[in-house]
Design a protein. Structure first.
Length: 348
């Protein structure tokens, strides 16, 4: 346990000083590699993380009154609640412990009582108010941004207030055991919240600045710091992203964004950089567009590692790549050679 306490101190220091060069990484607790599994904590995630059962991206729409439905392909989804601006103006959020939102909060309270104190409880998939509004509104949503902006803003305001109340109650119920980084699977042991701004790239930068940034920043001020995620980062939105306040970590999808080396150079030192790696990412369109001919994820990871800024913290997350024993061993060995594993640093 002494070594794991040292590991926690290293990670806490990285969050506290994101302008100092550090490379950390996290992955699945059990990999496909017997060699790595035998190391115990092979990555920089010193304590277990237990998530609650939730509905993913539709968790907040369900909590806000959308009715569930099953799609033709068997996927759990929602009925649209808003069909015109009048619905948005008339919308009132339910009480915090009513309906699905109450179910989620009761699950947090139960986990807090059941889990040992060294286990963190994971954040749910917390979408931005704009992302939630888009899910709850029918196909006329994007027309309403132009034709009825006041109704959209009223709706976003109501969603934001509910999210703030929910997040604060979640933080209270978990009482110091919350891991606010719901995605990616990093380790963090302080109050804050995941915030997914995935609708960013669906709007112009100017419209994103009007319809998302103010509400994201209200959540950041009330509930932050933010573990800020958006799948797609483009240079046209960099100024907007810089205006997001109180950020602990940035996450983007390297397979669906501008060159990660450019992103890391632009945002290194502002907060922890937390790109993730999944199987097949070296064949994603935006990676292929780099023209570097990466033969596999290990080569892509080497490129990302080389781009880790000298003036900032990078905390990589490995998802299903952990199921590929050869790939995850080669990635670990590369990190170990450069002195970035817990074992190389003598803390595990």
């Amino acid at each position: 346990m002494v070594a794991y306490a040292q590991m926690q101190d290293v990670i806490r220091d990285a969050y506290a000083h994101p302008d100092r060069h550090t490379v950390l990484y996290a992955g699945w607790p059990t990999t496909a590699s017997a060699r790595l599994n035998a190391l115990g904590r092979w990555d920089w995630r010193p304590t277990p993380n237990q998530g609650i059962d939730h509905a993913g991206t539709i968790s907040f729409p369900l909590a806000l009154g959308c009715r569930p439905r099953v799609t033709s392909d068997g996927r759990q989804w929602i009925e649209k609640l808003i069909t015109d601006p009048a619905d948005a103006l008339a919308f009132r959020a339910p009480a915090l412990y009513d309906g699905y939102g109450g179910e989620l909060l009761h699950r947090y309270a139960a986990l807090r009582e059941a889990l040992p104190p060294d286990t963190l409880i994971g954040d749910i998939d917390t979408q931005s108010p704009l992302g939630i509004a888009e899910l709850m509104w029918d196909g006329s949503f994007y027309e309403a941004l132009l034709d009825a902006p006041d109704a959209v803003h009223a709706f976003l305001d109501a969603i934001t207030e509910y999210e703030i109340d929910f997040i604060r109650e979640m933080q209270r119920l978990t009482d110091g055991m919350l891991n606010p980084c719901g995605w990616p699977g990093l380790w963090a042991d302080f109050h804050g919240t995941m915030l997914s701004d995935d609708s960013m790239s669906l709007l112009s930068p100017a419209m994103h600045a009007e319809f998302s940034l103010p509400y994201v920043n209200r959540i950041a001020a009330a509930c932050g710091p933010l573990f800020y995620h958006s799948c797609t980062w483009r240079a046209a939105y960099f100024d907007n992203i810089r205006q997001v306040h109180n950020v602990a970590a940035y996450n983007w999808n390297p397979g669906n964004s501008d060159d990660s080396a450019t992103i890391m150079a632009a945002f290194g030192g502002r907060a922890v950089l937390a790109p993730h790696l999944v199987r097949g990412m070296h064949l994603d369109n935006d990676v292929l567009a780099l023209g570097r001919g990466f033969p596999d994820e290990v080569a892509l990871f080497r490129y990302l590692l080389d781009a880790a800024p000298a003036h900032g913290v990078t905390y990589f997350y490995f998802s299903d790549i952990c199921n590929d024993a050869d790939a995850i061993e080669r990635i670990y060995d590369l990190l170990h050679e450069r002195g970035y594993t817990p074992q190389a640093r003598g803390v595990a």
